[in-house]
Ligand binder design. Sequence first.
Ligand code: LRH
Ligand code: MN
Length: 401
Amino acid sequence: MKSTNERSYEALAERLSDSGVDMAGVDDRLRAQKLETPSWGYGNSGTRFKVFPQPGVPRDPFEKISDASEVHRHTGVCPSVAIHIPWDRVDDYGELKEYAASLGMRIGAVNPNLFQEENYRLGSVCNPDPAVRGMATDHLIECIGVGCEVGSDVLSLWFADGTNYAGQDSFMERRARMQEHLSEAYEAMPENMRMLLEYKPFEPAFYHTDLPDWGAALTMCQRLGERAQVLVDLGHHLQGTNIEHIVALLLDEGRLGGFHFNNRKYADDDLIVGSVNPFELFLIYVELVEAEESARIDYMIDQAHNIEAKIEAMILSVTNLQETYAKALLVDRAALQEARHAGDVLLAHRLLLDAYGTDVRPLCARVREDLGASPDPISAFRQSGYLDRVIVERREGAGAG
Ligand code: LRH
Ligand code: MN
């Protein structure tokens, strides 16, 4: 007796094949989708107003990887975890790597922290004080070492560096300082490692930020070298910004290195990806579908789950990304090209709406099943008893955060 999902999948596949969709091709790309979850998304987090600790949150990087492996077990597409140093500092990184491997996981991007030390009040690599810049560069090189120990080939950099008042410092001098110290780090990276530069328009700096937008990040990457690429955090754009256009520009420059997926209604809200503006996320994937075959792009999630259940929030984020990718793969590219060249404005637009309006959930459920994961991940996670078990196991000691 066929399950409801099997029947709805077959009906969907038949309808899509009849309309010329290469279902085997779509299946292949969905099965090959790779997403990376952030270790810090499993720990306690909040705002300057309050951090609401949750029972069962991981107390160390090993437990964060365990939670990440649970998300991978149920979704099948997120076998790597990004780490943040020192939040995930351990005595033996080889042991952390082995532990991840024992759960079918690997360590992904290594994120240095250049925003929490006292000395960084006036910046890190852009700080007027050469001693502080040296300290920041030492930390970058330490993180390159961590990357080598855990088998990571991605150094993911975000700088809180900036100023709060006009006149406080020289834009040009700060940019020269950043280039000088990033070049030092770039030279220290092994040949297989890539440096991702993440821009952000403001916060914690509120007059200027040294890497505020894609242009500043792109031109800095072009100065550093081929293995320096731009990281697009969806929450790091001013209201009204057309992010999918920025994605197309960076792809065209061959410098789109990766994403920090999340969603915002106002500023850097770090909400669940696709929870506020799913159509924008779809349009970003429409730009990626064609280009990603020739580019290495790291798809990472960067979120803070301040009030919602953290593992479930991560599972929902991953399924939102699976469904959005599936919809973007359904766009009839040939018809779209034809409509565009014919200047048929609304036909081109409606071809995107057709794909976006397709209920791809039976397809994604089927792909997860094929990957040995759960057709309905959130129900499977709830029935797994994993959370109840870790709440008991992790009763002692403080949650990480
Ligand atoms: C900065 C940011 C960056 C991380 C941090 C956790 O807002 O997006 O990617 O280092 O969040
Ligand atoms: Mn980010």
